[in-house]
Design a protein around this ligand. Structure first.
Ligand code: 6R9
Length: 637
């Protein structure tokens, strides 16, 4: 059997789950033994959720790239590791075998070293979805540098904030990126960001679009030139840095309920073991299968289920540069057909958007290679679930609804494809090793079935976040202080009569727009930067395709043109400060916001109004000025 840790029957799931709870150390120790260690661990786990201080595989030594690459060369050297499909279907695709990927990672590892990158240094990666993005990520891991990938849709200001927070002295980028019919000038955005970040020493630029760029002397170098230098040095072997199990592997920024994104830190061994374990079990990967995860590597889904999980399992993983609707809404299906994709993992928002184009784009593509379908990022509504099941899976493919977070590193709650039962709109059961509990507002455990509450996890799993970069107290406050000795997810949840979990959405001030996490405070801060804005409040509202849309209530002083112009300017401001993904869908100008006597905005009321539930506003008696509510209700957008 290819994966001794793959559970393939319901009985095996039950046995594995029981063992994982009864003796977590023996359970995870057995799984970890399937990987390549320079030195075995002394102890499997040491933890408390109060500081928090969580350590897995203590004193174990390894390098994750030896597990993702070197280890497979003997058996899989000539097998495809990465299949890359470009944005433009007319352009040639690329295949990198494990051997070729290994060579490229070692070469680029040497490029990083030549440019002064050392173990522990932070490297910001801002690239489009090209194979070199995976090469850059793995090359960092090879030499022990900590990567921080920033999604290509973020603004210069967002990049600058992240560079500063991580004190990253190195940037890897492309001249530009293709996305549908757009060309994004990535290097230009980096240049804007770096005006505020004089501490950045080197920028390595890959050629992709031939967008004109300005290369700053002494700071900016071309990827291709640097590779040539390594080649003239005779391609020295790039030894994998020996890492401690708990050495940080990467930082990934994500939105929370405060204004500033948090740098979630994942460490090496636990992340590797859990992403490989969850990949093989959730999707029931079989050697030779083609795995197509449509996420961007700039999000956690891409880190765990395009790069690390699949490669640690010796899988063939796809990298798709474009968007679902370019050049037409049949693109996913034509990719599935072209490469005979076996596993398709995407977001409900993509499914809903493609549903809108009807069945035309699905027809004339052979989807019979598909074995497993997956969704991630937000709750999936039943209509989308059934459409996916009927028209894509032809009722023959199990759908895994995978619930997890940037902070969890890998899937925590999901059915295992074809092994444990699915239930539309339910993530269903926890993976082995995961112990969810529901708690009420007071932190009391809600026991039994047919109940709901806030979702917490009471025991660590190997890929739980270790800290938030540079601010451990923030990590404690955010995730471990709400409820005593529990990891709090920020999600609301219900458990049905059979113990299946259904995630109902965030209970904090975080929105989920097209599967992307957006903090309301972040958007408010951006809007408030516009010179004519006095104050603003952001809430989510149900959106047919995006899941949630962004609704902004704005007090505008009229100093910058009429409302029509101000609306456009505010949109532009948000794009500049955060990025286009955070642009409000609706802006309503108001003269006041509903506040309590202590000055707190009552978002509950604003949320109801945004949802159109005008008659059901609940108690408004604690408001400072109840009149404001009537004005907002009667207002137009
Ligand atoms: C992997 C990822 C995390 C938030 C999470 C929750 C929502 C993710 C979900 C889901 C319902 C699912 N979420 N998967 N909600 N069902 N299957 O998306 O990470 O970007 O950090 O977002 O997304 O609200 O708390 P991230």
């Amino acid at each position: 059997m290819a994966y001794p840790y793959q559970v393939t029957t319901l009985d095996q799931y039950n046995t594995a789950y029981k063992k994982s709870v009864d003796d977590p150390e023996a359970f995870w120790g057995d799984i970890a033994s399937n990987f390549l260690w320079r030195k075995r661990w002394d102890k499997v786990l040491d933890w408390n959720f109060t500081e928090p201080n969580i350590k897995w595989f203590l004193n174990g030594k390894l390098n994750i790239t030896e597990n993702c690459l070197d280890r497979h060369l003997g058996s899989l050297g000539n097998k495809p590791a990465i299949i890359w499909e470009p944005n433009d279907p007319e352009e040639h695709h690329r295949v990198l075998t494990y051997r070729e990927l290994h060579n490229k990672v070692l070469q680029f590892g040497n490029v990083l070293k030549n440019n002064g990158v050392k173990k522990g240094d932070r490297v910001c990666i801002y690239m489009g979805m090209v194979p070199e993005l995976a090469v850059a990520v793995l090359a960092c891991a090879r030499i022990g540098a900590i990567h921080s990938v920033v999604f290509g849709g973020f603004s210069a200001q967002s990049i600058a904030d992240r560079l500063q927070d991580a004190q990253a002295e190195f940037v890897i980028t492309c001249d530009g990126a293709y996305r549908g019919n757009k060309e994004i000038p990535l290097k230009g955005v980096i240049d804007d960001a770096l005006i505020q970040c004089k501490f950045v020493k080197k920028v390595i630029v890959l050629t992709r679009t031939r967008t004109p760029v300005s290369m700053i002397k002494g700071r900016d170098v071309w990827w291709e030139d640097e590779i040539k230098k390594v080649e003239t040095q005779g391609n020295p072997y790039c030894e994998a840095e020996e890492m401690d199990a708990e050495d940080p592997l990467f930082i990934l920024y994500t939105s929370g309920s405060t204004g500033k994104p948090k740098g979630v830190v994942h460490s090496t061994a636990g992340y590797m073991v859990y992403t490989a374990y969850s990949f093989v079990n959730v999707f029931q990967y079989q050697p030779g299968d083609i795995h197509f995860c449509t996420a961007d590597i700039g999000w956690i889904t891409g880190h765990s289920y395009i790069v690390y999980g699949p490669l640690a399992a010796g899988a063939t993983t796809m990298i798709y540069e474009g968007i679902p609707t370019f050049p037409d809404a049949g693109r996913f299906w034509s990719i599935v057909d072209k490469y005979k994709v076996n596993i398709l993992y995407t977001a409900p928002t993509a499914i809903r958007s493609l549903m809108g184009f009807g069945l035309g784009p699905v027809q004339n593509h052979d989807l019979s290679s598909l074995k497993v379908l997956g969704t991630v990022g937000e709750p999936i509504n039943e209509e989308a679930w059934h459409w996916y099941d009927e028209h894509i899976g032809k009722k023959k493919c199990p759908i895994v609804d995978t619930w997890w977070q940037t902070e969890t590193g890998g899937v925590l709650i999901s059915n295992l494809a074809g092994v444990t039962p699915s239930k539309p709109s339910f993530a269903t059961l926890p993976l082995p090793g995961v112990q969810p509990i529901l708690v009420d507002e007071k932190g009391q455990e809600v026991k039994g079935n047919g109940v709901s509450g806030n979702l917490c996890i009471k025991f660590p799993w190997p890929s739980i976040l270790r800290t938030t970069y540079g601010d451990h107290e923030r990590c404690r406050q955010n995730y471990f202080a709400t409820y005593d000795s529990l990891y709090f997810t920020g999600d609301g949840c219900l458990r049905d009569e059979n113990g299946n979990y259904r995630i109902t959405g965030r209970v904090d001030d975080v929105l989920n727009v097209s599967g992307h996490r957006i903090g309301t405070a972040e958007v408010e801060n951006a809007i408030n930067m516009h010179a004519g804005v006095v104050e603003s409040a952001i809430v989510g509202f149900p959106h047919e395709i995006k899941g949630q849309g962004i609704y902004a209530y704005v007090i505008y002083d009229g100093s910058h043109g009429d409302e029509e112009l101000a609306r456009k300017d505010i949109m532009q401001t948000v794009s500049r400060i955060i990025g286009p993904i955070a642009k409000p869908d609706k802006i309503q100008f108001v003269s006041g916001l509903p506040k309590t006597r202590s000055g707190k905005i009552m978002r509950r009321i604003l949320r109801k109004i945004a949802e159109g539930e005008m008659d059901n506003l609940g108690d408004t008696s604690t408001l400072l000025d109840p009149g404001v509510v009537n004005e907002i209700k009667g207002g137009k957008i």
